[in-house]
Design a protein around this ligand. Sequence first.
Ligand code: F6P
Length: 557
Amino acid sequence: MIRTESSASSRLPNPSTLPLIQLPAWQALVDHHRSMSARHLRQFFADDPQRGERLQVEAAGLYLDFSKNRITDETLTLLVDLAEHCGLRERRDAMFRGDPINTTEKRAALHTALRAPADVNIVVEGVNVVPQVHAVLDRMADFAERIRSGEWRGHTGKPIRNVINIGIGGSELGPVMAYEALRHYSQAGLHLGFVSNIDPNDLVEATRGLEAAETLFIVCSKSFHTIDTLTNARAARAWSLAQLGDERAIASHFVAVSTNTEAVAAFGIDPAHMFALWDWVGGRYSMDSAIGLITMIAVGPEHFRAMLAGFRAMDEHFHSTPLARNMPVLMGLLAIWNNNFLGAETLAVLPYAHDLKRFPAYLQQLTMESNGKHVTATGQAVSASTSPIVWGEPGTNGQHSFFQLLHQGTRLVACDFIGFSRSQNPLADQHDLLMANLFAQSEALAFGKTAQALMTESVDEARVAQRVCKGNRPSNTLLAERLTPYALGALVALYEHSVFTQGVIWNIDSFDQWGVELGKVLAQRIVTELADTSDAPLTHDSSTNTLMRRYQGQRKE
Ligand code: F6P
């Protein structure tokens, strides 16, 4: 059980003044890599017949097989040693305590408080935040039940049949991913939609054919400043009013999720219909806060709470398990190894569960917005590459698309396979076929096929080179019994803490996102200029000016 009471920021470790790559623990890994890099996964497995049984760890209902990574026991010892030198245990404890570890924004990063049991104390600026979290969860549950049961009526007295989430980034990717992942648990008869893109097509297509009298919009924005979301919310308001013809209708067809009560009220949503979150929840870490209201409406409060229990089980494992047997720590350290030592610049996330189809997109924000940083938390240039590029598609679709490159391309791609032992919808032997593909792909990537083996199969000699698969491609395999709400919570928390672990090694602030600001500011300026039809000279570079003029010209035609 996580017990955390103090918020003494003085307990944060002093980041080392040495650049990461000059730390003795890093140099030891460089030397180690040099001494073992010529060895093939085939050899690792041949030398140790129990490797696949040994190099695994279980937590919160998840089983991680990491034996198909290019590592030895010594690699693991050295990686854990690096984590100790980088202060991982202290930084982890500081996060759980609520210390302001998001230093550039002077905030705590307390997503773990969102799933803390009610009797725990987590104090931020003198206030125990856990009762607030539970109060919001209870309000969400009450509201979700009223929508699901039909008790909540729209302006004309009809029950709500359509719920549309308007939000972007962390205010969409988590909820849409969870909604898709838990479709099996969704209430039949409720239509759920997501509008994120400022492209008008998104809203228009999401509302096409719907009756406003039966439609509820959840305007989800932590800041309530995001132009994409506010623009779509205004358009949704106009769409509703065009059908309902009465301003008073807004009260029963719009609710908000935000930290910003004033902006919600200014938009015209009654703060009584607002669900709160807090500054100490990062957008990309917020799917288990009120941002997940639509998830709760879809699957019901009980399943939502089961998802929180899965998050919590992984939190407790992360918080209390020695680093060498700690699943998120191991995943994070293996990611460092694959990225910084083997040179794998990208990570392919390959869920063999179609309902996890949005999981790679969700992880893109979680990973790359967190760790795509070029300076350390104290502003020095990083000395090693930071976040890998995350991408992926569900298996088996990916197999018929980009797997060719994984097997025979010239780049090394690290892979995370994710699978489940039982299907939500058993259909003849289809689930076995699906999982056979997962096992086959990780085996093929690791072991490949040699020219010698091909020759024994009497393959035409002239075609042998094209058929050789070199193997030696690293992968993790995550296995759980079923894709339940609990398993989903555990899976998301696993990646959250793995991302955190990597950020600690690089000594970056994984909880800010200053890089997204520049484009936002420029877009504001450009949209004003696009609206100006005079011939006033444009003030950008010659490429941007020409593109803008061409756009203005074609727009008129
Ligand atoms: O632009 C990036 C970002 O700030 C994300 O970090 C965030 O999840 C998203 O925009 C949406 O922000 P908000 O919930 O405040 O609308």
